[in-house]
Design a protein around this ligand. Structure first.
Ligand SMILES: Cc1cc2nc3c(=O)[nH]c(=O)nc-3n(C[C@H](O)[C@H](O)[C@H](O)COP(=O)(O)O)c2cc1C
Length: 202
């Protein structure tokens, strides 16, 4: 699939069924996704793959902090929404010349590439978060270190073929793009124009 076609046709998949990529295939695709822009090549993240019955254990951990019986049921079922729940853990390198926000940006770039690569292989995915990313039960179960943070649950599997995917249209972004024009008084050779100004340069 050409890149533009992949971008045009990728949709976040709410319903995912078997098969999901194997651990080996996931790692293979991740190796390419990890080539996304990453200041310092820190790769400040790791993935924890949750499959099969392990999803039930994770669901129980998520439900442990739920307020009522309905929330317990809802949280417990969440990891079962796809055959593979890939947990993205941000592992920031503190006190590094590359600040935390750039490390988060690099991690996001990697995820976008990974989602496109999964799509290209015929898999679907959806990046979810919500309060569950800070679940104490999940952190404990997944053995997160204190400085680590879950920044996404990537639900992965095969898109449900009975569900119609709405074709994507490009986003109207013209108003989000501007061209910078320096004020004349800052441009060598045009200083004389600035002297005639009566109003501030917008
Ligand atoms: C960091 C992050 C967290 C997200 N968390 C959720 C979420 O918890 N629930 C949800 O429905 N969508 C969430 N989304 C949005 C979906 O992943 C997706 O982008 C959205 O449904 C639009 O679908 P599309 O990718 O097909 O355009 C999140 C997106 C990002 C980038």
């Amino acid at each position: 699939m050409e890149l533009e076609a992949a971008i045009r046709t990728r949709r976040s998949q709410h319903r995912l069924i078997d098969p999901a990529p194997s651990d080996e295939e996931f790692v293979d695709l991740l190796g390419w996704a990890a080539t996304a822009p990453d200041h310092g090549h820190l790769r400040p993240w790791r993935w924890i793959l949750v499959r099969g019955d392990s999803r039930t254990a994770l669901g129980a951990a998520l439900a442990s902090g739920a307020a009522d019986a309905e929330a317990v049921r809802r949280e417990a079922r969440k990891p079962l929404r796809a055959p593979l729940l890939a947990t993205l853990v941000l592992v920031p390198q503190r006190n590094h010349r590359v600040p935390d926000w750039e490390q988060l940006a690099a991690s996001s770039a990697m995820v976008n590439s990974l989602m496109l690569l999964l799509h290209d292989r015929g898999f679907g995915s959806m990046w979810r978060t919500g309060p569950s990313v800070d679940s104490a039960g999940a952190r404990l179960l997944l053995r997160l270190a204190p400085h680590e943070r879950i920044i996404g649950w990537l639900y992965v599997g095969t898109p449900d073929p009975t569900r119609r995917t709405v074709p994507r249209t490009p986003v109207a972004v013209g108003h989000r793009v501007s061209r910078f024009t320096p004020p004349p008084e800052t441009v060598p050779g045009r200083m004389h124009e600035a002297r005639g100004l009566t109003s501030p340069v917008p």
